[in-house]
Write a protein that binds this ligand. Structure first.
Ligand SMILES: Cc1ncc(C[n+]2csc(CCOP(=O)(O)OP(=O)(O)O)c2C)c(N)n1
Length: 658
């Protein structure tokens, strides 16, 4: 192995050696502990350390790195105190996740490291968001993100590279090609010769680097990083290396031919570099022994600290209180001056005023710029706020939601317009696993609003009609807002944008141009978790939201003799359950109306809660009225049969007459 150290002084060569050696010594210790049953699982990066270490050494301390499960060298090179790493792996309080996530699944703003989630690919798009923030803030910084070659088969990889390329984001996509993804060899993972070859397809510069050679990694990445800081653009770097141990320790390496193991053992990054330093006289045997002894002492002492630390005692309120960032709602009272607005205009007005309110708010979505979005909500926004803040996106739902997460990590708020709520399924993973869980896992807010034009009744068929709020109301960590009126839509959207938690904001497109109301023209906010009583009455409680509110209103208008509390929930998470209870305790009869299909919808949970908490007050069985448990049909007549609207009137009568 050749080491070209022509431009590196001896101090730097020694620094690189120390950085390379440290993760190796930690790993060797971990393997001993594993055999002794003192730790549970280990993903070894032995043989690959030069990549994590070389990349981290090439970056500035303020530049973000998004490592993978084998990149211990990133964490050690950023000088995280070892007892904190050990504490993290043992689920102790000194770790980074309060015992809530394992191994390298954490981030730390202090060290500018954003760890992976198990799904491997999502962090590639998160890196796009961080890089976009640095570009928007003219920071001249690069962001480095890691993936294995296996992870490059995920759609996230394709989407993230595509977005980075279209937007010329300063991301170093570092692919560690170590020969196997679990047991799958590269020829069963992809068909091109090198992953770097794919750069051409994305219009992206790419490089192949010997990942076992610390000097080559450091020199090459330093050079690329310098250039990218000056001329922001993404670069794909494929590091050729090999995984010398099992996927994780328990799984072994039986499927790897011995010749391959032997050949790569010759290329061990630590041994080769150590030999080079000795041969070139930069370090002698004695100095190396001292360095190793110092590290061993540091590891032993820090391990002792972690082992001595008490286990975490579970505390119910700690756990429940950490699902959401505590958001300090500021009520901005509406002004008296109003204007009649359609639902669609109220959403647009709220969004526009929030853009004025928050300099650091960015809108992203398909066709949202010059075209104004398919529902014209962002019409004129480019002229008002510029293309940097109103961003057309490629059709990459996953990567854009991940980008929004990355922006949040870097302190920028975003609103993502899903063209139709149905298409969130193409970005489902980052919503339910990344946005929803980051705060609980390691205290990182996901300051993102997803706007969800939803709902049926417009003859749009199975893929442009869904009201899929129940996919999200059951996921802890997400807030779900679902207004029925223009006034609420504007005030709640402003609150959603102020709230640093991830919010799914449902906008029923059937209401966009049919529902009008006087709406205050100035900026105002409305609180989450407060239902609104549209009507009050003693006889029955009608609980609903979205289009259901208008269906119920129509029926109650028609039958004035029915004295009903009509409760518009407005937000589903948080849910104003107390208002529901107090109404049901008063009326003794309740009907819950939802547009979503019946099974597993929010009506079922509300029904269960009422049964548990108001049983003694009920004079009749709780009724749920929902759409059929079928996909949503296109034909108008079949769609009408599908929708809950067609059954509400009859069900209400049954309940009142029970
Ligand atoms: C979406 C998803 N599918 C499958 C897995 C299970 N899994 C974890 S790591 C891994 C192999 C990853 O291979 P590669 O990206 O090459 O990284 P390496 O482990 O070789 O470093 C697999 C299949 C996962 N974590 N996430």
């Amino acid at each position: 192995m050749e080491f070209n150290t022509k431009f590196l002084n001896a101090d730097l060569q020694i620094k690189l050696y120390k950085a390379l050696l440290k993760p190796r010594l930690i790993e060797e210790k971990m393997l001993v502990l594993l055999r002794q049953g003192k730790i549970s699982k280990w993903f070894s990066g032995i043989g690959q350390e030069a990549i994590a270490v070389g990349v981290t050494m090439a970056l500035d301390a303020e530049e973000y790195i998004l490592p993978m499960h084998r990149n211990l060298g990133v964490f050690t090179t950023r000088n995280i105190p070892l007892y904190r790493l050990f504490g993290q792996w043992q689920g102790k309080a000194s770790g980074f996740t309060k015992g809530r996530d394992r191994s390298f699944h954490f981030g730390t703003q202090e060290y500018k490291i954003i760890g992976m989630i198990s799904h491997l690919g999502p962090q590639l798009g998160v890196a796009d968001g961080i890089a976009l923030a640095s570009k928007l803030n003219n920071k001249k910084q690069v962001t480095a993100v890691f993936t294995g070659e296996g992870g490059t088969s995920e759609g996230d990889f394709h989407e993230a590279l595509n977005v980075a390329s279209v937007w010329q984001l300063p991301v170093l996509f570092c692919v560690e090609n170590n020969g196997y993804g679990l047991s799958t060899p590269t020829n069963e993972q992809y068909r091109c010769e090198n992953i770097a070859d794919r750069g051409v397809g994305y219009g992206m510069e790419s490089h192949i680097v010997d990942g076992n050679n610390i000097i080559e990694v450091y020199t090459k990445v330093s050079e690329i990083a310098r250039s990218v800081r000056e001329y922001p653009r993404p670069v794909l770097i494929e590091f050729k290396t090999f995984r010398m141990r099992g996927h994780e320790e328990a799984s072994g390496t039986k499927y790897v031919p011995q010749e391959l193991m032997d050949a790569w053992a010759e290329k061990d990054p630590v041994e080769n570099y150590e030999r080079f330093l000795k041969d070139s006289g930069v370090l002698n045997e004695e100095q190396i022994d001292v360095i190793k002894a110092d590290f061993t002492k540091e590891i032993t002492n820090n391990l002792q600290l972690a082992f001595d630390e008490d286990d975490i005692t579970p505390d119910l309120s700690n756990e429940l209180n950490d699902v959401y960032h505590s958001f300090d709602f500021q009520l901005v009272e509406p002004s008296d001056e109003c204007q009649e607005m359609r639902f669609v205009d109220a959403v647009s007005e709220g969004l526009k005023q929030s853009m004025q309110h928050h300099d650091n708010l960015v809108i992203m979505g398909q066709d949202v710029a010059e075209y104004g979005g398919v529902f014209k909500i962002t019409e004129g926004f480019v002229e008002a706020f510029g293309k940097e803040r109103v961003r057309n996106t490629p059709i990459c739902e996953s990567a854009i939601i991940e980008t929004a997460m990355g922006l949040s990590i870097a302190g920028i708020k975003s609103v993502v317009e899903l063209q139709f709520a149905d298409f969130v399924s193409s970005g489902f993973n980052p919503v339910v696993n990344y946005l929803a869980k980051s705060f609980y896992r390691w205290g990182q807010v996901a300051d993102v609003v997803l706007r969800m034009p939803c709902g049926a009744g417009v003859g749009a068929g199975p893929f442009h009609s869904q009201t899929n709020e129940a996919w999200f109301t059951k996921t802890p960590g997400l807030k779900v807002v679902y207004p029925a009126f223009p006034y609420d839509a504007k005030g709640l959207l402003n609150t959603a944008i102020n709230d640093s938690n991830p919010v799914l904001f449902f906008e029923h497109k059937g209401l966009y141009r049919t529902i009008k109301q006087d709406v205050p023209i100035d900026y105002y906010t409305l609180p989450f978790g407060k239902a609104s009583f549209i009507r009050t009455g003693e006889q029955v409680s009608v609980v609903t939201y979205g289009a259901g509110v208008h269906w119920a209103l129509d029926v109650l208008e028609k039958h004035q003799h029915i004295q009903a509390d009509l409760i518009d929930l407005r937000t589903l998470q948080p849910l104003d359950i107390d208002s529901i209870y107090s109404s049901v305790r008063k009326t003794g009869r309740v009907i819950i109306l939802q547009e979503d299909s019946l099974f597993g919808g929010i009506a079922s949970d509300i029904s269960a809660l009422i049964a548990e908490h108001c049983f003694e007050y009920l004079d009749a069985p709780i009724k749920r009225v929902a759409s059929l448990d079928t996909p949503i049909p296109f034909n108008k007549a079949i769609e009408a049969q599908y929708l809950a609207k067609s059954r509400f009137e009859e069900s209400l009568f049954e309940l009142v007459n029970y």
